[in-house]
Design a protein around this ligand. Structure first.
Ligand code: MG
Length: 253
């Protein structure tokens, strides 16, 4: 974690706005019948048109520009020829690098109509994020985020993914500190003024346990039940939290 200069903050805002605009485009493009590969192509072309590059492409060998995680896929799904179906949920994770600075965010979109319990999972995962950043200020510990996410998830008996965590973000896509989605308020490092963090609850309808598929990337729930993901890059200033990666017209909680 590092205090960013004013110039760096401006670059992070720009990177974040390209992420938000890419997610907006994804929100407006997902529909029954479109393949996750088509979404990847559309996202990549858009990111490049904005003067940025997709952070995930070739990251540790990841073969695509976005992650597309359908239903029981928790995160890191690889775009392929799967065509979205009515009632699916798809987590889309977008990272972009603009002039050396990364923004990172994810949304879970519902294709058509999902069951009430799946809709609620998606809503409550978003709420976990907002509970996590509520009242956050420099001097708080990272555990304040972790604990608030955990409290909201456990209220609904959801499984909290523990093996994957949020992270610092800036000059690199993944920086210190780790931001777990569980733990005590007093845990973790103290948050510095003007630092940027990626806060990302990954919440399962059933068990918290996960499994890695043979492709070495795709993380799925151990019980095959759905999982939701909601992530933003945030800037913590003395005035509070600024969310850098919102979609156009998106409701905040
Ligand atoms: Mg992330």
């Amino acid at each position: 974690m590092r205090k960013l200069s004013d110039e760096e903050i401006e670059l992070m805002r720009k990177a974040g706005s390209i992420v938000g605009d890419t997610l907006t485009l994804m929100r407006d493009t997902v529909r029954v019948g479109i393949t996750t590969k088509e979404l990847d192509d559309i996202a990549r072309e858009f990111i490049i048109s904005q003067g940025a590059t997709p952070s995930f492409l070739n990251y540790d060998g990841f073969p695509a520009s976005i992650c597309t995680s359908v239903n029981s896929v928790v995160v890191h799904g690889i775009p392929n020829n799967y065509a979205l179906q009515e009632g699916d949920i798809i987590g889309i994770d977008v990272g972009v690098c603009y002039k050396g600075y990364h923004g990172d965010a994810a949304r879970t979109f519902i294709i058509g109509e999902a069951s009430a319990k799946v809709k609620k999972l998606v809503e409550e995962t978003k709420r976990c994020f907002y509970k996590g950043i509520e009242g956050l200020k420099p001097g708080d510990r990272i555990g304040k985020i972790s604990n608030a996410v955990q409290e909201n998830a456990l209220k609904h008996n959801y499984g909290i993914v523990k093996e994957l965590v949020g992270h610092g973000v800036g000059r690199r896509l993944h920086e210190d500190p780790n931001i777990p989605n569980y733990g005590s308020k007093e845990s973790g490092p103290v948050i510095m003024e003007n630092c940027t963090l990626a806060v990302e609850p990954m919440i399962n309808l059933g068990t918290s346990h996960i499994r890695l598929l043979n492709d070495g990337w795709t993380v799925v729930t151990a019980d095959g039940k759905p999982s939701a993901h909601y992530e933003n890059t945030i800037l913590v200033t003395k005035d509070g939290v600024e969310i850098l990666t919102l979609m156009k017209g998106e409701n905040t909680l």
